[in-house]
Design a protein around this ligand. Structure first.
Ligand code: F0G
Length: 464
């Protein structure tokens, strides 16, 4: 570990610190969330972001090949020998004009950053590799997470590839898509399905990790978020270090939004960018705690003095009504986001907004993303559906430059995709209808024909 890095309570009024080796991930003084903090004057941050370009020529070194670690001067908590990389972060930020047209942007203004290209197929690998460097330095032998599927897939693949730790994952029964469950099982994770949802699993995993001393890799772990900052460094890199006007990201446990905010705050503080982009966090309407608190109830960071009473009262109300998170975008089916205060801080410094989108809007946007030449899972498409909404409201201008983060791979949730395109009303209803989705507005239906050459030729002439 480097001695110029440490952990610090996120609340400025507290500011208690903890050594880098601490694995409780809560403030020892007040119990709040922790940041990884740096004494920058004892470190050597780059003088300009362009300096990172020299690394492009050094791709034979695994640390410079990694789309995470090649930026390690901006999160220097680990020594090079501690780092375990499996080639994460080779992702694409692609200009997407047809999707841009769908959301109402002018040509050349919408970019989609496909984090599905990571080894386990989601953005989680950016953070998992960072957590593994920390876990290795503290000698952890077992790691746990609660997950809606992607964190568990990421933990499972890193455990399998590095043999550093044994993976223990907690998932809500019937709550994760088959692609993700398949990964956890295939990579050999101890998979514990609890009778409950993600919010229940999150509570349990924290209790169990504490009791058994298991290393926790949920995004409450601040080292994970250090790795996820690089998603933004790559967005800037793709735009030749120009700051976009907007970053749009789905919000679940709010780890990404928190990491993005921290990345921009630090880059501004280091004088490496002149301003932050605005940040739009998109909830699914069936899991919209953050939207309700931020937009409807005016909850704000307020210099670290956020109104916790408001949060507690809201959660108490939904508990009393037995309201559980419910959305087809299972990755963000979360009502109790653990990083809520950090996300408020991010919105405060980035001038952000929160919106909610329906499952109908999500699935239509997802089809448009795929028709435009990329693909993503339902939760990821919330970013595109949210951009469309913000365009319609006039919050985002048609000529502003927007980067939407596509957080997970297209094949993570084939059940939802096939049901959307299905011509069979029963399949549609079972998967989508019961979620309030009425129509597949951009369905591409398979054509049924008999096994007859003339019929097949006729069908092709009619449809193509
Ligand atoms: N998109 C995808 C594909 C996700 O898997 C998640 C979170 C999010 C967005 C939300 O990101 O939590 O940083 O706000 N998935 C977690 C999991 C909760 O367990 O895989 P967030």
């Amino acid at each position: 570990m480097t001695d110029a890095a440490f952990q610090r309570c996120i609340l400025p009024a507290c500011g208690a610190t903890a050594p880098l080796e601490d694995t409780s991930f809560h403030c020892p003084a007040c119990g709040s969330l922790m940041d990884v903090a740096y004494n920058w004057d004892r470190l050597r941050p780059p003088r300009q972001l362009k300096d990172f370009e020299v690394k492009w020529a050094r791709r034979s070194d695994p640390l410079e090949f990694s789309g995470v670690w090649r930026f390690r001067e901006l999160f220097p908590f680990a020594r090079d020998e501690q780092i375990l990389t499996i080639g994460e972060g080779q992702t694409l930020t692609q200009r997407a004009d047809t999707v841009g047209k769908y959301v109402g942007m002018n040509a050349g203004r919408l970019f989609l950053q496909y984090e599905g290209m990571n080894p386990s197929g989601s953005f989680k690998d950016n953070g998992m590799t960072a957590a593994f460097a920390h876990a290795r330095s503290v000698g952890a032998r077992r790691a746990a997470c609660a997950s809606t599927g992607n964190t568990s897939a990421s933990l499972a693949i890193y455990c399998a590839a590095t043999d550093l730790m044994r993976a223990v994952i907690f998932i809500g029964s019937g709550k994760i898509s088959y692609g993700k469950l398949a990964q956890a099982l295939d990579h050999g994770a101890l998979t514990i399905q609890i009778a409950g949802d993600f919010d229940d699993a999150m509570t349990r995993v924290q209790q169990v990790s504490q009791q058994l001393g298991i290393y926790l890799v949920n995004s409450i772990n601040p080292f994970r978020l250090e790795g996820q900052k690089t998603i933004m460094y790559r967005a800037l890199e793709a735009l030749r270090w120009e700051v976009p006007d907007w970053i749009v990201v789905p919000g679940g446990n709010l780890g990404n939004s928190s990491a993005f905010g921290k990345a921009f705050i630090e880059l501004m503080d280091l004088g490496l960018i002149p301003r932050a982009p605005r940040l739009a966090i998109i909830n699914a309407a069936g899991a919209d705690t953050f939207f309700q608190l931020y937009e409807r109830q005016g909850l704000r960071w307020n210099g670290g003095r956020m109104d916790q009473g408001k949060v507690d009262a809201y959660l108490h109300r939904i508990d009393a009504a037995n309201a559980r998170a419910s959305t087809l975008a299972s990755a963000i089916e979360i009502n109790r986001p653990v990083n809520l205060p950090k996300a408020l801080r991010a919105l405060d410094r980035c001038g952000g907004v929160v919106r909610e989108v329906t499952d109908q809007e999500i699935m239509d946007a997802k089809a448009k993303v795929a028709a435009g030449g990329l693909g993503c899972e339902p939760a990821s498409a919330a970013s595109v559906a949210g951009t469309r909404k913000l365009r319609a409201e006039g919050v985002i201008g048609a000529d502003e430059r927007v980067v939407c983060i596509l957080t997970g791979h297209q094949l993570k949730d084939p059940t939802a995709t096939v049901a959307y395109h299905s011509a069979d009303p029963k399949t549609f209803d079972e998967v989508l209808g019961k979620r309030g989705i009425r129509r597949a507005n951009f369905a591409n239906r398979a054509v049924q024909v008999s096994n007859d050459l003339d019929e097949i030729v006729k069908a092709i002439e009619v449809y193509a």
